[in-house]
Write a protein that binds this ligand. Sequence first.
Ligand code: AMP
Ligand code: MG
Length: 391
Amino acid sequence: MISEEEARRRILEKITPRPDRTVSLAIALNCFSARDVFARVPLPGFDNSAMDGYAVVASSCRKGARLRVIGEQPAGPDRKLHVDPGEAVRIFTGAPLPKGADTIVMQEDGTREGTDIIINVDVEAGDFLRRRGCDLAEGQLILARGERIRAATVALLASQGFADVIVGGQATAAVISTGDELVEPGGPIGPGQIYDSNSALLNALLRKCGVTVNSVEHCRDDRQSLGEAIMRGVKNHVLIISGGVSVGEHDLVKEVLRELGGKIEIWRVAVKPGKPFLFGNIGECFVFGLPGNPVSAFVTFFQFVRPAALRMMGATNLDLPQVPAKLAVGLTNDGGRPHYVRGKLEHGKFTPVGRQESHALFGLSQANALLRVGVGQSLNADEIVAVQIWD
Ligand code: AMP
Ligand code: MG
């Protein structure tokens, strides 16, 4: 049995990023940038009005001043108007600032009298103006290589005139859930049977981290069916097999993988839950064998599969986000493996939830954070700890 750090290191050293590709912004969400991207235009691109109102010269504009409105500048092409002291240009949000003007008086702060405007407030130079480059300078880094593209990133790239972006490669996956006891949700269930929940779980987790899931299938604990399912699955970059990786007579995954020419790099990792975790490959396809217990599958997915998938897709940060939290209760790990405690992080406080057993799916569903308690570690109530979050 190896440590989880060692397992993670050995997995990641096998994984190389998939080839980059260019995608349109419409489908770039959650991809990882393959380049450092720099601003090619400043934001704003030109001095413009932040309000509907009047562009004026501040020095000629005390409260009560009467100005002559000499023209109108809507958002759109610059009409190249010029404002002198004692004059105003009717202006609208986003419209280019006329030459000579150094401030905007909001529409609500003036009274229109024919071709004049009476100013009802004291005005200072620079009011309600958006200066060229005040948000973003030309040449500034807007997206780092390996960074995830979020909704606001897509908007920022669009604001720079980019129609597409170079991102890391796509990773595809197949999921196989093994077990004679499993029944597909939707059908009737008999004594001793359970509904297959890992298929749904792993499909969801893979999609959430941006992997394309090409197939999800259930397979009985039978060498031949398993072998055939594996051969279909290995057409993908990643194959995830749930269950059948432990030490029982019905745990066939290891043997069948070997029979098919697969190489098993890791089997059994010192982590709780999740000990029977397996990692290997058949040809180009990386195979992850996750324990059948749902919480074990969940924890090992986040500690081992997610980092590998992210690296394939060009991400640089492979870790779950960590946030500080105040621990609600004392926790001690007397066992021989680091323990990932499931809990709820709420208002900065982490409270373990549900039964801390590897089958306890309801507790997991109520949790939003994991706390790793190391071997022999004792944590006190109210202590500040770092918890991993996934939502
Ligand atoms: P295994 O890893 O195959 O020994 O399974 C360990 C435990 O997880 C057993 O209680 C199984 O019934 C359960 N299990 C295995 N696969 C699934 C699945 N796909 N969905 C829900 N529970 C499962
Ligand atoms: Mg099984």
